[in-house]
Design a binder for this molecule. Sequence first.
Ligand code: EPZ
Length: 423
Amino acid sequence: MGKYRINGLRRLEGTLQVQGSKNAALPILAAALLVPESTVHNCPELSDVEAAVHILEELGCRCHREGGSVTVTAGECLNSSIPEALMREMRSSVVFLGAMIARCGRARISLPGGCELGPRPIDMHLSGLQKLGVTVLDDRGYLDCRAANGLHGARIALPFPSVGATENIMIAASVAKGMTEIHNAAREPEISNLADFLNAAGARVQIALDGTVYVEGVPKLHACEYAVIPDRIAAATYLCAAAATGSRLQLAGINPIHLTACIPLYEEAGCTLRMEKNSLELYAPASLKALRMVRTMPYPGFPTDAQAPFMAMCCLAKGTSVFVENIFENRYKHAGELSRMGAQIKLEGRVAVVEGAARLHGARVECTDLRGGAALVIAALAAEGETVIDEIRHLERGYEALERNLCALGADIKKLENGEDFC
Ligand code: EPZ
């Protein structure tokens, strides 16, 4: 597996064009199953996006990438099951379920196992789809889903604003007969991006001010093209790297509104931020201040995906920072690896207490998951000496051209292929 070798204590400087959002691109590619031909612009080059394209091809679609645009020609429904290997490769492939059922009247997927973040149940996805007329049969670890009489609208109230469940239901409802209401729906920007893509294809999706999603089903969707929004989590990650290394960084091509919950925390840490309509500049202080309390919440609250990058930043801050992870059961695996670099982190259930260290030192560490890996990169950029980060396949799932981007900003980072020697 590839590794990164990073020599720390170098300031970053410059402007970075932020990638398209992984978490917007994946549901949009799933919805492309229902569109005769669609072109998805600003689609990031990531292994998770590649996995989604493989699933589309497995389901009978033709896909073609030209630069940042992916064109999907849906073609006929040749297959309605996702091979287990592909399901395991990307846990979020469950988001294809609604589109597959809407397109072929049935779908067979293996139950997505857990992942690095703990168990990843899909009960809300399934109960929502059942309300739309889907029957679900648990067939020895496979889910056999059918809509024998087609899909019909329904009033659905989610017990938790699940992002994936909202997306699955919205996609299936777009071509169901009648009106669907999704109450307590997720309100992440990626949900609106999906709604906009569906509407560009002729769907009738409306999101009310209270977040309720109204979908008036249409018989079928038509060809369209649409752009993926900027990746707010990648943006937050680079800003944490700039803050941790005492740098000045400008991010271009972002929507600062999507970072509303993060911005006050950068300011509490002592950073100065300047925002324009589509850009944001961060000036880091000579030394960071601790963050009293960081609670992860559904959007518009502080995003769980930014918890690990912010924790890495707080490892360098003066004082004690407290994190509460309210979304996932087991999202502190990066703490152990950060401790190998001298970080002082105590874990108690959903709470993590970070004692800011004067200095981190380089070490050999291993990515535990996508955002945990990002935390290790941030820590390595700010650490004294050399760090080697293993299992960087996790990072390649969600960060486009990470090594090239950081090098361009002045970081000393090199990808070591298998067997390349490193001291
Ligand atoms: C999406 O995951 C994102 N992934 C995650 O980003 C993100 O952390 C998460 O939303 C929360 O914002 C993609 O968009 C591809 P959820 P998703 O359904 O849809 C529980 C990253 O790093 N739950 O909102 O899986 C679930 O176990 C990834 O880019 C149920 O109990 O998140 C979790 O505890 C990681 N039953 C909580 O809800 C269900 O049926 C939130 O899950 C569904 C979810």
